[in-house]
Design a protein around this ligand. Sequence first.
Ligand code: VGL
Ligand code: ZN
Length: 191
Amino acid sequence: MKIDPADAFIVVDVQNDFCPGGALPVKDGHRVVPMVNRLMPFFERVVFTRDWHPFDHISFDHAPQFVDQSWPAHCVQDTPGAEFPAALRTGLAAAIVSKGVDPDKEAYSGFEGTDLDSRLQRWGIRRLFIAGIATDYCVKHTTLDARRLGYEVVVITDACRAVDVPEGSGAAAFEAMAAAGAMLVTSKDFE
Ligand code: VGL
Ligand code: ZN
């Protein structure tokens, strides 16, 4: 891949609660960390999104069903579960965008209720490279919003991990992103 100054790398919700041992563990979530670390230096602009919920967020449920988008309490503001994994090279990020902050609203997309679009516009960004967790929720919704907003989007598939409940929803999400005009690549396309 040839990267230029109009490109930005959006790292979606690589947070402790989405890794093994976390409150809403995504299988092999921690595996994206070394990949993201390797990819970040290719970009002048890196943005981290983070799920940043109040303790009483609307999506939290004592008997979470996942398929109906009710979840165990996760990524509660200022708790260890909401932090980035220690191994993630957060110093390379130009910005951190918090979402899901409103107790009454779900927000899977990094653009929803945030200044992400205006920041990217200010930097002159036209193309987004996207990776992170979870493929079938925040990666998908961030990608679909980016396409609606007119960005070119490249999803780095092997640097994403899915909730995958029901099984296959991760694969279906990649199909939906491709259908919306996102290009799918792997981290091997960077060297
Ligand atoms: C996410 C479920 C609930 C995500 C966030 O980051 O994909 N998934 N909240
Ligand atoms: Zn959430």
